[in-house]
Design a binder for this molecule. Structure first.
Ligand code: 3H9
Length: 697
């Protein structure tokens, strides 16, 4: 018998134990181990009930994602779960941590389920471009009804154990020891003479409800919210089979739909996004035994939107945080801003009043650098001006204790120069949060030329503690994300000057999957943002690097976006709904004329090429310069910080999927037609000519 699954007997109860770290995924060894153990327990005349329990932090967290795309190995999971359900002795799944995907499907094939109070259960397959493929779409509706099953399967979001109990997904909640709880439940079943209770045989929850109407409504909702996604509609089709077909045929239909998802490019992209997000936290060349400093307290310099958002991240993680401002009024305003922002979450129902008070108790305001003497990490979030940063870092150097981490949230300034304002450049690191910092998951951890390994490792650990996706990057103008988005923004603006409208560009990119179009995004962040950077670039860039002027023209006319009610779109008072800006066509005409460009019709495909290939070309340069460690880190940055669709895998994965030879050839054409900005990255040229991919690096 496989050692990842063991079987032992405790009186009349057989205990099947899974021990496959880190998350007890259902690789082939676990599947065959489960099959063998349940068969052996079935065959043992002394056994009256079977308990399934897992070692480590969690129950089974799903199929082994690493096996997708490889030749299938027997036994398959559907085979295993069908056998468990068919068993003649009552079986009990004892859930702790998370029972996800195939893990919940195994639990649903057991005849009873109990869960530790802090556990979660769910079917998150849709987030990987799949659907539950081992009976989840047939068994869950039989337990919770079609409406709730559709919600869980199409959203992929897990539910807490308490809700699972209310819904009947689990029979009982427990606290404390897993095995003791499992054995007690099993002995109770034996004493009461209870036999198997097979989910697949139930039909009560499928009756007396207009399930067809629920399915139609869900389809319409998906069509509206995520029209470009492959697997959600198939999830619905699979659930539909639970009430239109007998179990065996429903399971067959589920398998067919699962197989369609398995070979879809979106599944490959989403699995890439899953693994690369985890890989990004690993810093190449950083020894595994690098010590990590203890972070028990924090401070933020500057109580603007960014500073307060960063302070909230620490408070959310239970770390006391001070906000330093220059005056008492500014300090009090910062504290109020934090309270108001939490207050909005309370209004939305995502935070309780008590949790708000608990978090606010961790946030304090100060005006004196001397009060920073005891903090473990300081994040500077002041105005983007080197002179201002110099004053802050000199003061930090004077007041912070030895060993404190001095971090800058700069998004474009030279971190190495900032570090030199202190006598301890090895303690200086960049922590580049994205706005709103308390919401956005991405954190670029900027490694300066003198940042020590210990400080880098601690900065990555801080990212994890704050529940961010922390990605290490090197020093350059804009680091990875903003350096690339500059290329994307510039091309979008050129497209307007060549004949496109903001509506067309935004719609094309949203159809591609971007969370927001570039112009709706510009209106949100404000057209004056980056004005200083553009002015500096105009002065320093060689003459052949032309910049679009549309943004500056609009900013000069006072069209700053949502904050002035007018930008690329107009916004009625109190509304964020973009409406066409009637003054824009004349401004676009004038800008085209000024650039000497004849306005023409541009296709959506062309819009995608211009914007995406600009990202890819810059990404290749960033890789070559070593600013990002891996192509996949760039993907992680783009997905988590810039609304890039995970189902396209990130810009570099997208390039690999198209084929670098094709991308390179098109960039060469653009270079010829559009000039200097399009000079192909040497790395892209090399890989294209060698027939390789970014993923091969
Ligand atoms: C499925 O079940 C299909 C079935 O319906 C049908 C089949 C026929 N496989 O996230 P963490 C690794 S689809 C392989 O950092 P946490 C992960 O890469 C599956 N590996 O920990 C990482 O490795 P490393 C449905 C996996 O505590 C390590 O485990 N299930 C898997 O923050 C730790 O992961 C899911 O989609 C896996 N399934 O969070 C659940 N899962 O250390 C996916 C994790 O080398 N998993 N790894 O970087 C999760 O959501 C989280 O990992 C979990 C733990 C919440 C479980």
């Amino acid at each position: 018998m496989s050692e990842v699954v063991t079987l032992e007997r405790q009186g009349a109860v057989a205990v099947v134990r899974v021990n496959n770290p880190p998350v007890n995924a259902l690789g082939v060894a676990v599947r065959s181990g489960l099959q063998n153990s349940f068969n052996a327990a079935e065959a043992d005349p002394e056994v009256k009930a079977i308990v399934l329990v897992c070692d480590g932090n969690t129950f089974i967290a799903g199929a082994d994602i690493k096996e997708f795309g490889k030749p299938p190995q027997s036994p398959s999971l559907p085979e295993v779960v069908n056998e468990i359900e068919a068993g003649s002795k009552p079986s009990i799944a004892v859930i702790h941590g998370t029972a996800l995907g195939g893990g919940l499907e195994v639990a649903l094939s057991c005849h009873y389920r109990i869960a530790r109070k802090d556990a979660k259960v769910g079917l998150p397959e849709v987030k990987l471009g799949l659907l539950p493929g081992a009976g989840g779409t047939q068994r869950l509706p039989r337990v919770v009804g079609v409406e709730k099953a559709l919600d869980m399967i199409v959203s992929g979001n897990p539910i807490a154990a308490t809700e699972a109990e209310q819904l009947g997904v689990v029979d009982e909640l427990f606290e404390g020891d897993l095995l003791a709880a499992g054995l007690a439940f099993a002995e109770k079943l034996i004493a009461e003479g209870k036999g198997p209770r097979r989910t697949g045989e139930r039909t009560d929850k499928l009756e007396g409800v207009d399930n067809a109407a629920l399915v139609a409504a869900k389809r319409a909702e998906i069509e509206k919210k995520t029209p470009g996604l492959f697997s959600p509609q198939r999830c619905v089709s699979a659930v539909e089979a639970s009430f239109t077909l007998p179990l065996a045929e429903g399971l067959k239909r589920e398998r067919e739909l699962f197989a369609e998802c398995l070979v879809s490019p979106q599944r490959a992209a989403l699995v890439h996004a899953f693994f690369t997000e985890r890989q990004a936290s690993k810093v190449d060349g950083l020894p595994a035994d690098t010590p990590v400093r203890d972070i028990k307290s924090a401070a933020v310099i500057g109580g603007g939107t960014m500073g307060v958002g960063i302070a909230m991240c620490f408070a959310n993680a239970g770390i006391p945080v001070k906000i330093l401002e220059i005056s008492e009024a500014a300090r009090d305003a910062a504290i109020q801003r934090a309270r108001d922002t939490y207050g909005m979450s309370v209004k939305r129902g995502s935070l309780t009043e008590a949790a708000l008070e608990k978090r606010m108790a961790l946030v304090s305001g100060i005006t004196d650098y001397a009060d920073l003497a005891d903090v473990d990490v300081v994040v500077e979030a002041v105005f983007e001006d080197m002179g201002v940063k110099q004053k802050v870092f000199e003061a930090l150097d004077a007041h912070c204790k030895p060993g404190a981490i001095l971090a800058s949230n700069t998004s474009s300034l030279d971190l190495n120069q900032i570090a030199r304002f202190t006598k301890r450049p090895e303690d200086v690191v960049g922590l580049h949060f994205f706005s709103p910092a308390n919401v956005m998951r991405l954190l670029e951890v900027v490694r300066g030329e003198q940042t020590s390994n210990e400080v880098l490792a601690t900065a990555m650990a801080i990212g994890k503690k704050l529940k961010k996706v922390a990605v290490p990057v090197g020093v350059c103008d804009g680091f990875v994300g903003n350096r690339m988005v500059f290329q994307y923004g510039r091309e979008s603006e050129f497209l307007l000057e060549e004949g496109a409208t903001p509506e067309q560009v935004d719609a094309a990119l949203r159809k591609f999957g971007m969370a927001m179009g570039p112009f709706a995004m510009r209106d949100l962040s404000g057209l004056d943002i980056g004005l200083a950077i553009r002015t500096r670039q105009r002065q320093t860039l060689p003459a052949e690097y032309k910049l679009p002027t549309i943004l500056d023209k609009m900013a000069e006319a006072g069209m700053l976006g949502q904050k002035t009610g007018k930008g690329f779109y107009v916004y009625e008072k109190g509304s964020r709904t973009p409406l066409p800006n009637p003054e824009l066509p004349a401004i676009l005409e004038a800008a085209s004329k000024e650039q000497g460009v004849e306005r023409r019709t541009l296709s959506d495909e062309y819009i995608i090429e211009r914007t995406m290939y600009a990202l890819i070309n810059e990404g290749a340069k960033i890789l070559e310069e070593g600013i990002a460690q891996r192509a996949s880190d760039i993907d992680v940055i783009y997905i988590n910080g810039y609304g890039f669709p995970a189902h396209q895998g990130g810009p570099m994965f997208y390039a690999d999927a198209i084929g670098l030879d094709r991308v390179y050839a098109r960039i060469c054409e653009f270079h010829e037609q559009l000039g200097a900005w399009w000079k192909p990255a040497p790395l892209l040229e090399k890989l294209a000519k060698e027939g390789r991919k970014f993923a091969d690096l």
